[in-house]
Design a protein around this ligand. Structure first.
Ligand code: FES
Length: 104
């Protein structure tokens, strides 16, 4: 029964708003935020996709994510306190608002 519940978990859709641009798109609960954004045709800054270059670093203004890797190795202490996330290493757990000034 436990296995059945695990495998029955359905993919959910959440909305992400990228501030200060006016971009709002639907993202997938089973993919990283970066992957969903790229799949939707959003030109989002990225490079390594594995959580080491910090090119995708963005501030989480609202919502909850599950982080796949420990960002403490690559982000500054102040950035962690200010709620920065690595978009390539974050799975959405709710609707989100993030800030990335490079996204137009
Ligand atoms: S793309 Fe390199 S850390 Fe996200």
């Amino acid at each position: 029964m436990i296995f059945k519940n695990f495998f029955d978990k359905k993919e959910k859709k959440y909305q992400i708003q990228i501030f200060p641009s006016k971009i709002t798109v639907e993202i997938d609960s089973k993919k990283t935020i970066l992957q969903s954004l790229l799949d939707q045709g959003v030109s989002f800054p990225h490079n390594c996709r594995v959580g080491s270059c910090t090119t995708c670093k963005s501030k989480l203004l609202q919502g909850t994510v599950k982080e796949l890797t420990d960002k403490a190795f690559v982000l500054e202490e102040e950035e962690i306190r200010e709620n920065f996330i690595l978009v390539c290493q974050s799975i959405p757990k709710s609707d989100l608002i993030i800030e990335n000034t490079e996204v137009q």
